[in-house]
Design a protein around this ligand. Structure first.
Ligand code: C5P
Length: 239
């Protein structure tokens, strides 16, 4: 059997050349995590669950007309995706204060934000992915003003979809991160959601364990990968 060509290896995933031009195979590892669930690193079966969960969210988004790179799941750990030119930004949408925004602005964790807030972080691990403004992004040519307007519209549609799906299974989506890529269809360029949508890149709170008081006590979800997959009904039979 011919060896596949590895295109990229990150903390949590490997990308291989896909079977058709313009496609890639995305392999989900158990290791690594760019997001807030650092306790999960190396958790056995995490990659299998994230492959299923990302399939669930991305195909749901495709189904409501929010374009993503997802084409189909191939096996337990791999999915076929469209190759996109990734914009070097981590796009974070926040509904409740937590993590970075609580530290930076002194807002208590769990405070509902007046509206969803979209933030950009420059995708550079060596620099620790610093928060950047639209001014930086446009001045340094990482994206145009038009791209950013489209990124915000895309991110807010993803937020509405994910928040609704999560709330349907008793989970509050405090915040999440997406990556956005460009694809060309003839002369026409459009932006699509790339990478993955999984507990690695979302901050999820269990509604059932929240306090009764108006100052909501954020209750983290225990064993977030299995619990989310179980509630959404996408738990593979052998996990
Ligand atoms: O740490 P912070 O509050 O800025 O994270 C906001 C959201 O972005 C969290 O859901 C976190 O999991 C996600 N994130 C990520 N990858 C990063 C940084 C944050 O997925 N490199």
């Amino acid at each position: 059997m011919a060896r596949r060509k590895k295109v990229y290896e990150g903390k949590a995933k490997i990308l291989y050349e896909g079977p058709e031009p313009g496609t890639l195979i995305q392999y989900f590892k158990d290791d690594g995590n760019a997001g807030s669930n650092t306790a999960s690193t190396g958790l056995e079966g995490k990659g299998v669950l994230n492959n299923r969960l990302s399939e669930f969210f991305m195909s749901g988004l495709n189904g409501i007309g929010v374009p993503t790179h997802f084409i189909r799941r191939i096996n337990m750990r791999e999915q076929l995706v469209r190759m996109a030119e990734i914009i070097p930004l981590e796009v974070v949408v926040r509904n409740f204060a937590a993590g970075g925004i609580s530290k930076r602005l002194g807002i208590p964790e769990g405070t509902p934000l007046p509206r969803p807030i979209v933030e950009y972080y420059f995708k550079d691990d060596k620099l620790g992915c610093p928060l950047v403004s639209e001014e930086h992004i446009i001045a340094f040519g990482w994206a145009s003003q038009q791209d950013l307007d489209d990124v915000v519209a895309l991110a807010l549609r993803v937020n509405d979809f994910l928040s609704g799906v999560m709330m349907g299974v008793g989970i509050r989506l405090a915040d999440f991160r997406i990556e956005v890529g460009r694809i060309w269809e003839g002369d026409y360029m459009r932006l699509i959601v790339a990478d993955e949508i999984s507990p690695d890149s979302c901050r999820l709170w269990d509604v059932r364990s929240e306090g009764e008081s108006p100052a909501r006590e954020p209750g983290p979800l225990q064993d977030v990968y299995t619990e989310l997959a179980r509630r959404l009904g996408v738990l593979p039979s052998n996990v």
